[in-house]
Design a protein around this ligand. Structure first.
Ligand code: 2BA
Length: 109
């Protein structure tokens, strides 16, 4: 068995969840925050059999869009009293970031 950890944009969360449910996958949805943008994103945990992995990846690929996002690269520790000139930076976010891990043991009580 594999554990898939998949981080997606919040805007893709519902569509992706619907498609995964339709395809019979079991998964857990966790609200998460990107370390760089410090904005909400969504992390899915899915335990899947080895032969289901490709199908899951295909669903994720089809339902998660790549987006350009402009962020203001303000000094992170600046307080409102400190004047700064924010410099907009364009970053590409998603479609999805996926880690696939080997599962030693899976038990359901
Ligand atoms: P964030 O950390 O908020 O990153 C959002 C996007 O900003 C990233 O998109 C990437 O294009 C850019 N970015 C991230 N770190 C950067 C840096 N140090 N310098 C310049 N640009 C940077 P994605 O790569 O698609 O990542 C989307 C989200 O997936 C990330 O949100 C983070 O929550 C997660 N993620 C990505 N790579 C990861 C990793 N190696 N380990 C754990 N989580 C990861």
């Amino acid at each position: 068995m594999k554990l898939v950890v998949c981080i997606v944009h919040n805007r893709d969360r519902n569509r992706l969840s619907d498609e995964l449910v339709k395809a019979g996958f079991k998964f857990t949805v966790i609200g998460s925050t990107g370390g760089f943008l410090r904005e909400g994103n969504t992390t899915l945990l899915a335990g899947v059999e080895r032969d289901e992995l490709e199908s899951l990846q295909e669903i994720v690929r089809a339902n998660c869009c790549t987006r350009d996002q402009v962020v203001n690269a303000a000094p992170y520790e600046s307080t409102p009293s400190v004047a700064f000139i924010a410099s907009p930076v364009k970053v590409q976010v998603g479609g999805a970031v996926m880690f696939v891990l080997e599962v030693d043991n899976f038990v359901r009580f």
